[in-house]
Write a protein that binds this ligand. Structure first.
Ligand SMILES: NC(=O)c1ccc[n+]([C@@H]2O[C@H](COP(=O)([O-])OP(=O)(O)OC[C@H]3O[C@@H](n4cnc5c(N)ncnc54)[C@H](OP(=O)(O)O)[C@@H]3O)[C@@H](O)[C@H]2O)c1
Length: 287
């Protein structure tokens, strides 16, 4: 029985990255659909849940991706509403790599230490990766502030986190480099999740922060989001803080993504989202 991964992408063009990792994670075949919404997903779910008998159902799994996390979350909810009884298959949400990237980053930050009570700032946190970094840092006990350029959008993202996860994340509008320099004052943890190639913080702005213990950047497209870090940093000591670059924790992200795909085919009733994927990342690292 072939292992089929059905890639349901909320963007018009399904992500090639996700398709490649799906094969590398053990799928025998990937069937990709773009522009999937709660309104047009019903027939796709039916195709997945009604085609294989109980013992073979685990060989079909659904993967939800796309560049918009809220759209991915809404799609997951719509899919789950179509499941009933034993008529379900395993399902993973990873819009723009949000869960796997955030889980790898935060697992590294939490490795060998408790983040309980730490003051953390997520710069450019309104995208998929930043939202999940804020959730995972918060679940690890940190007090989290999330920045974006527009007050309304930043507050909206933090409200969504509160209603979905019951976590309080503070919204802070920080449209300029200067604002972001102010935002990180007093922080023990700084994570930048700004868009690819956007400079979010200069080295001068973070190099003299006395309280800073951990600093990480998710952006792998030059220039880095945080000046003064190296792509490959993995617990590298810089200006008194442990630094993590995008490729430094990116290896764990890729391994985790592949393992999660493999895990989907172990049974037909799993849902892999923030909590499950973060737990797996911590187990993998022994964090
Ligand atoms: N290392 C890895 O393994 C890995 C894996 C996946 C993704 N990534 C990287 O992780 C980062 C976050 O990914 P994502 O998909 O969440 O990013 P995204 O949605 O493309 O961007 C994140 C946020 O950046 C802000 N932004 C955009 N342009 C900006 C500008 N000119 N100045 C300041 N802020 C700006 C936006 O927030 P506002 O408009 O609200 O300000 C946006 O919500 C990206 O750099 C991505 O390439 C890394």
């Amino acid at each position: 029985m072939k292992k089929l991964l059905v890639q349901l992408d909320t963007d018009v063009q399904p992500s090639l990255f996700d398709a490649v990792v799906a094969y590398d994670g053990g799928a025998d075949h990937v069937v990709s659909y773009g522009a999937v919404t709660p309104d047009n997903v019903a027939a796709l779910v039916e195709g997945a849940i009604f085609t294989r008998g109980p013992k073979d159902k685990k060989n079909t799994a659904l993967f939800v991706g796309g560049s918009h996390l809220a759209a991915g979350e809404a799609l997951v909810q719509a899919i789950q509403q179509r499941f009933f009884g034993n008529f379900r298959v395993s399902l993973m949400l990873d819009s723009n790599g949000a869960n796997t990237t955030a889980a790898a980053c935060v697992a590294w930050l939490a490795k060998g230490r408790s983040l309980q009570g730490y003051k953390a700032v997520v710069l450019g946190g309104t995208g998929p990766v930043g939202q999940r970094v804020a959730v995972m840092l918060s679940q690890a006990g940190a007090s989290v502030t999330l920045t974006g350029r527009q007050r309304d959008r930043t507050e909206q993202v933090c409200h969504a986190i509160q209603s979905r996860f019951g976590l309080m994340v503070q919204a802070l509008a920080a449209p300029t480099l200067e604002d972001r320099g102010e935002a990180v004052r007093g922080a023990q943890v700084v994570v930048s999740t700004g868009a690819a190639g956007v400079s979010m913080l200069t080295e001068t702005q973070w190099s003299e922060l006395d309280e800073l213990e951990l600093i990480a950047d998710a952006n792998a497209s030059p220039p880095l989001g945080i000046e003064g870090l190296d792509m490959m940093d993995k617990a590298t000591l810089r200006h008194g803080a442990l630094a993590f670059g995008p490729l430094g924790f990116g290896a764990l992200k890729l391994a985790l993504h592949r393992e999660c795909i493999a895990q989907l085919f172990e049974s037909h009733d799993q849902v892999l989202d923030a909590r499950e994927i973060f737990e797996r990342a911590c187990q993998k690292l022994g964090a």
